[in-house]
Design a protein around this ligand. Sequence first.
Ligand code: 6R9
Length: 570
Amino acid sequence: MKVERYKVTDENPNMKNYEEVYENFDWGEIEKNFSWSKTNKFNMAYECIDKHVDEGYGDKTALLYKNGETKSSYTFKDMQDASNKAANVLKNEAGVEKGDRVFIFMARSPELYFSLLGALKVGAIVGPLFEAFMEKAVKDRLENSDAKVIVTTPELVGRIPADDLPNLEKVIVVGGTEDENHLDFDAAFENASKEFDTEWLDKEDGMILHYTSGSTGQPKGVLHVHYAMIQQYISGKYVLDLKEDDVYWCTADPGWVTGTSYGIFAPWLNRVTNVVVGGRFSPEAWYGAIEDLKVTVWYSAPTAFRMLMGAGDEIIKDYDLSSLRHLLSVGEPLNPEVVKWGMEVFNLRIHDTWWMTETGAHMITNFPAMEIKGGSMGKPIPGVEAAIIDDEGNELPANRMGNLALKTGWPAMMREIWKNKPKFDSYFIGEWYISGDSAYKDEEGYYWFQGRVDDVIMTAGERVGPFEIESKLVEHPAVQEAGVIGKPDPVRGEIVKAFIAVREGYDPSDELKEEIRKYVKEGLAAHAAPREIEFKDKLPKTRSGKIMRRVLKAWELNIDAGDLSSMDED
Ligand code: 6R9
């Protein structure tokens, strides 16, 4: 397939020469940017907020919040006061102590950020939950982690089965409560002191617990420690390219690792103004937020970019998006077609970034100072070693598809799977962490995502990654989104089957199926052309926007789809 190349456009990125930085990189040097390098006293919340106040930046805007017509803005000093107050509420009114698990279950609002930082100041381990979780999903996570406290809102409190959770001591409600069993956050916050003695921790103390769904069985609790900050900080500088005057918007919810590592920690560790947009996605709301808040650096996901693409290029003309200077994507493979669209409508490159809940921070990315090859996820960040290995742990040569693996020991790596040592151990072969993704590396060192290992299709003796086919499919004007699976076939082993949601204005038909099949056959390869196509109104996705191929497969085979708590039901 022809690869589009996009030259470096940013004249002044934070990292000029990738190769040189990569060769000479030393985590020890990065540590010097933190106050704990002198004091040996760790706390993520301190480094994100208080440090900047102490260094004279108290008046700088830390948080810009927008939800419809509602807007508010908080300086670093405001954030210090508010997180101290929240810390006092958690400690004095709810008895939270170092190491306790505190869950935050609410829609994006300033209070979410106050509580999360406040919990870190107390030394608690924070568990953020998507607001869309229903009772069973909430219960599984609180139970597995023996959560002591949960902070929530009146809309969601009914989904917390407190009676079935003996370890849950306090339910704290933001936005008013009549129930005397609950703690009224607003009243306690109002009365709380702005002074708080931050709990000083060890760099290896637990900080955040992100539950991620397993393809079978229970969700797993991925634990990260305070030391992860050095990687979140430096990738914020090198990859997000954050600079002093940036207005940065990461569209992810903190219920997903992107919404914490890059929606909270990376921007604030870099002392940058961070935008939070509440409410639901719509092209108007999103383009409106960029225009209104003058966003300069924008980090989103392929699913959102595809929806914006689907909304057409006319609507963009109604907005002034000229503040944007750097765009990034995460969560799913970034189709070359989407990168092309980004060039057309923003005249900017979209920089793909690859990483996982388990890795805690960026691993393989496209740097501002690196040529982009459309469809590639880029190269490993300095300080991280990646490779493609076979099932025995041997490195494979260029252009061979295999397990995408990372040399263990990067700072933001998960430290445990909560109460599940066997699961944790199963990630490793020798010194390699096995991602579960399938990829290859080209002769220039760029990595190309192929699919989850379980999703790779074996058809007539060929290994085919679903991503390449999906990317070809979405180039077709009728295709909004596509999910491709291997369907067992007595002759070919598997055949390629595509599930397709069509764009507005197109009607599913047999002729369209035929046309699409031909399009892939001529544009990609005969063996990659889907033998079967099924039209769907929408594809099953996680709340972070990933197409769930295992659900497509389970539908096809009429089998159990495993844990569905992360599926978006809207
Ligand atoms: C940060 C995050 C991890 C899985 C990962 C891979 C997929 C993420 C990607 C990507 C292709 C990218 N993924 N980024 N695939 N290109 N740039 O997404 O964490 O929710 O744990 O998902 O997402 O399959 O293994 P998480």
